[in-house]
Ligand binder design. Structure first.
Ligand SMILES: CC(C)(COP(=O)(O)OP(=O)(O)OC[C@H]1O[C@@H](n2cnc3c(N)ncnc32)[C@H](O)[C@@H]1OP(=O)(O)O)[C@@H](O)C(=O)NCCC(=O)NCCS
Length: 180
């Protein structure tokens, strides 16, 4: 497999002011379902509350060529008994999207989830109109599990959420197939 153009590193406290600006951008807060307008103090508090919390990991997605931090990818709600976790990802600036960086970052975090944390299943929720996100998840091997009807209230109306997931065995068999 060719080397990724992106790498993941754990999000640091020093990244929080950038991340706070990103998540306060209406486009990102709406897509990601974050409550808008988080102060820097609130964001720092949120970050510090996660330092000793093994139920979530947030990584910065960075370009190998110049170390630019282009977005975040994370695992949340990690359940070490059922061995599953919820994935979330965003690349902030449009200019870094649809160039394959999201695919690479997602594969890296799946590798971490399945090969390091020994997760059994990684799942996510997305909206039917996020065509590029859905195309990316399906390309990677996520399978649509179902529809959460009128699950998300946004801009005065309820919208559906789609559930996708990938199992450890599916990811690992794909990886082996690619090496052959
Ligand atoms: C979703 C996101 C992480 C994907 O990362 P990315 O780097 O843009 O995605 P990639 O380039 O790796 O792959 C996207 C795929 O969608 C395809 N695509 C792009 N626009 C599309 C569209 N309108 N319809 C269908 N497919 C589309 C691309 O061609 C690409 O497939 P390909 O590699 O086979 O050509 C990124 O676009 C993003 O952060 N978007 C905003 C936040 C978001 O939507 N997060 C997910 C919430 S669930």
């Amino acid at each position: 497999m060719k080397e990724s153009r992106v790498y993941l590193r754990i999000l640091e406290l020093s990244d929080i002011s950038t991340t706070q600006q990103w998540i306060n951008d209406p486009e990102i807060s709406q897509i990601m379902g974050y409550l808008p307008v988080k102060s820097l103090k609130q964001q720092e508090k949120w970050y510090l509350s996660g330092v000793d919390d093994n139920s979530r990991y947030i990584f910065a997605i960075c370009l190998r060529e110049n170390e630019t931090h282009i977005g975040n990818v994370g695992l949340g709600n990690i359940d070490y008994i059922s061995r599953n976790a919820q994935l979330s990802i965003f690349i902030y600036d449009d200019k870094y999207r649809t160039q394959g960086y999201g695919t690479e970052a997602t594969k890296l975090i799946l590798d971490f989830a399945f090969n390091r944390l020994n997760m059994h299943k990684i799942y996510l929720r997305t909206s039917p109109h996020f065509k590029n996100a859905i195309a990316m998840y399906e390309k990677i091997g996520f399978v649509k599990e179902g529809v959460l009807r009128q699950h998300y209230f946004d801009n005065g109306k309820y919208t559906d959420k789609l559930m996708f997931s990938i199992l450890q065995e599916e990811f690992l068999s794909q990886k082996l197939a690619k090496l052959n």
